[in-house]
Design a protein around this ligand. Sequence first.
Ligand code: PSU
Ligand code: MN
Length: 312
Amino acid sequence: MNIAPTRTTHPLLDLLPEVAEALAAGKAVVALESTIISHGMPYPRNVEMARGVEDLIRAEGAVPATIAVLGGRLKVGLTPDELELLATDKNVQKISTRDLPVTVALGGHGATTVASTMRIAALAGIRVFATGGTGGVHRGGTQTLDVSADLMELARTDVCVVSAGVKSILDIGLTLEYLETQGVPAITLGSEEFPAFYSRSSGFRSPLSVKTEEEAARVLHAKWSLGIGGGVLLANPVPADAEIPAADITPHIEQALADMDALGLTGKDTTPYLLGRIVEITGGRSLDTNIALVRHNAAVAARVARAYAALG
Ligand code: PSU
Ligand code: MN
């Protein structure tokens, strides 16, 4: 198999041939982020998850494109060795939009967050992106101003992000308010309630909802046809058989937040710490849930991408 990267229109972009061919033919492509691999899950479950999700997207009739920065190049589609490097190399930094120009300029490696993955996906012409959870307004965000750059990117970059909603390590209500202000549709698939990542229920009504992936694709088409720039957050509740009910996960989240405060962590280190701590506290149960919901999001994203491609 020839897996040498193909350079497309943007001089910093390297696309795997599978991705380049699909994009040239107008076929469905689903972008995937890499911070979830390097900073979101422990080895080797992280790389198994990454490979499994790619296979699932292919089985749904779309082409996966896992995104990262390697040697300062924007990689759209990764080889098995590149996935392994992201999963194991402790020098790979978590890079958001702020960090992207530095990593490119200095020729470094970086695992991309939702925000920076959206940017690179948009440069490559990919409109649909699957992840686990997006960032949001952190608890206490009105004081700390810790608001994930994922929300700014949703406001300005034309990509649909499929996620399992917003974790209650964040302030879900403020996150939904922020998205409304920025004109970002937060749409839940198949439910009137906005989901809370580990749990199907958050206690917040979803601002908008659709019943099918086909309807979601029509929303994307309508939004961008109207000239309304920016992204769409498509929330996909965790499958019922994999969820951790809100009553069970809430005390564990509180514990993880208290442990984080005791350590004095702030900024970009908070989300990776909290995810890892919750895996420890739950004895691995949250990791099983995390993997199940990412897989579910990938399947949904593949179907949205196919429906969107069919709209022309
Ligand atoms: N939520 C998860 N898993 C993750 C992340 C969020 O359940 O891996 C990662 C994503 O890459 C997301 C980033 O874009 O954390 C948000 O970090 P911050 O809050 O620092 O913007
Ligand atoms: Mn932050």
